[in-house]
Write a protein that binds this ligand. Structure first.
Ligand code: GLU
Length: 367
């Protein structure tokens, strides 16, 4: 298939490849799939597309390499497998890219690295430097040290964060099914939903909750991540990475390739807002707001949260910390950076003449 440079749909993409695309059923790495993906990424790279890869497969490859061995608890097993498997997996990518004279690099990260702005900017800088030097960054979670509550839900979550951080035009999530179906993928009458926009009706119930055999993520998490990423201004494609030329077909606007596209809203969120949108788990406190403030925040107008709309404050936080904003019924409305510490916020709540407790520029409103 020939696609001309001018025809490529995007100039900057993040591609997430799931464990099931990268490993065979016995857990060993799937060399043929890896080298076919590299053929496509090399073509894009040589035609000026910036690609960041998010690669799973460390845990699966490690398990394939050394097996279950003597009894281990789940944390130790994951540490053992990922430590062994990451080397195998990254070497496989490096070897395949080397055939095209392309250099790749390993970037391992943890959820904590996204929790403060300084670490976040360090990581952003690292990936940008690699890209400037025409190196393909291959990102994975540092599974050896990220354990239980410090873990990403899965690499789909990680890829959403990376795509947002990098300001990618699109996030392409490759797994072993064709996209999001309108019913169970096993049923013959189910069809792949081709396009999802912010206006599409919620699909939670229609989506199969089956997990893939190797990866941690399932379709439901992909759906939620994709919605959030698209809301931030990035198109998301969920497609079957086992098929021939999937990436190139997605990149070719003339192809009508069956998969699911989440069309982004037109406006791009600022980088700070995008960062905040993924940081719910790092919030240090909560602001409960009255009905008036709730309605104003949820309206289409850009609105800051003023102390007059705050009814109560939970937790102890400093100025600059992230806080959750909830309505009276406990429903999460948004996340934002507090302009006051918890003591001052408590003192100013209900007060009309104080400046915003969360400024619009540092406020992310949930769906
Ligand atoms: N980081 C894990 C690995 O490389 C994969 C997590 C996931 O399945 O999403 O094995």
């Amino acid at each position: 298939m020939l696609i001309l440079k001018t025809n490529l749909r995007y100039k900057k993409i993040t591609v997430k490849v799931g464990s099931n695309v990268l490993t065979k059923s016995d857990g060993t790495l799937n060399d043929a799939n890896i080298s076919h993906l590299v053929d496509q990424i090399a073509f894009l790279h040589q035609n000026g597309v910036e690609v960041v890869l998010v690669s799973s497969g460390a845990v699966a490859a490690g398990r394939g390499e050394i097996g279950n061995g003597r009894k281990l608890d789940t944390v130790s097993a994951r540490q053992l497998w990922s430590a062994v498997g990451q080397v195998k997996m990254i070497n496989k990518w490096a070897e395949a890219f080397n055939n095209y004279g392309i250099v790749c690099a390993q970037v391992l990260t943890t959820k904590e690295n996204f929790s403060d702005r300084v670490h976040y900017l360090n990581m952003k800088n690292c990936i940008s430097t690699l890209i400037e030097h025409k190196v393909i960054p291959i990102v994975n979670e540092n599974d050896t040290i990220s354990v239980t509550e410090l873990m990403f839900t899965d690499n789909d979550e990680l890829s959403g964060l990376i795509a947002s951080m990098e300001d990618s035009e699109a996030l392409i999530i490759l797994s072993n099914i064709d996209g999001i179906y309108d019913g169970s993928p096993e049923l013959p009458e189910s069809k792949v939903i081709r396009e999802i926009t912010s206006k599409s009706k919620p699909l939670n119930e229609a989506i199969s909750t089956n997990k893939s055999s190797f990866g941690r993520g399932g379709m439901l998490t992909k759906y939620h991540i994709a919605k959030k990423v698209a809301k931030g201004g990035i198109n998301v494609h969920i497609a079957n990475g086992m098929k021939e030329n999937t990436l190139l077909k997605i990149m070719n606007p003339a192809e009508d390739f069956i998969h699911t596209t989440f069309l982004s809203e037109n406006k791009k969120s600022s980088n700070v807002k995008k960062w905040i949108s993924y940081s719910e788990s790092f919030a240090k406190g909560e602001l409960v707001v009255n009905q008036g403030a709730r309605d104003a925040l949820l309206s289409s107008q850009a609105t800051s949260l003023l102390p007059v709309g705050v009814i109560s404050i939970e937790g102890t936080f400093e100025k600059g910390d992230l806080v959750k904003i909830k309505d009276k019924d406990g429903k999460l409305i948004g996340i934002g950076k507090s302009e006051y510490n918890s003591e001052k916020a408590e003192k100013y709540k209900g007060n009309k003449n104080k400046k915003a407790v969360v400024h619009y520029d540092y406020l992310y409103i949930m769906e």
